[in-house]
Design a protein around this ligand. Structure first.
Ligand SMILES: [Zn+2]
Length: 107
């Protein structure tokens, strides 16, 4: 599978807000690893913006898009500051391992 071609196929080619064509859009990659790509799309015509999350594995590719009011720089800073570390995952696992109660009590 040609990953880049597949990503181009699933990443919107029109503005999700006003429908402007691709030449009005700016695509900025925010994050990328083997299984996920995050792209910030902004539109020169309407100033709308969206975050596109592309996930892929052996079974296929899935795209989720959400509208945003962030710039690409703000979006990148947001994701950089919200990285979930291995220690965070272990802490949640340990908490749930010893938790004895209703899920609603956790929050
Ligand atoms: Zn637009």
């Amino acid at each position: 599978m040609d990953i880049e071609r597949e990503q181009n196929r699933v990443i919107p080619q029109k503005c999700p807000v006003c429908g402007a064509q691709r030449d009005s859009l700016s695509y900025v990659p925010i994050g990328n690893n083997n299984e996920q790509t995050i792209v910030h799309i902004s539109c020169a015509k309407c100033a709308g913006a969206a975050m596109i999350f592309v996930s892929q594995n052996d079974t296929g590719m899935m795209t989720v898009g959400v509208l945003t009011d962030t710039t690409p720089t703000e979006a990148r800073a947001f994701f950089d500051s919200n990285i979930i570390s291995d220690n965070d995952v272990i802490a949640v696992h340990d908490y749930l391992d010893t938790f004895d109660g209703y899920a609603s009590d956790m929050f």
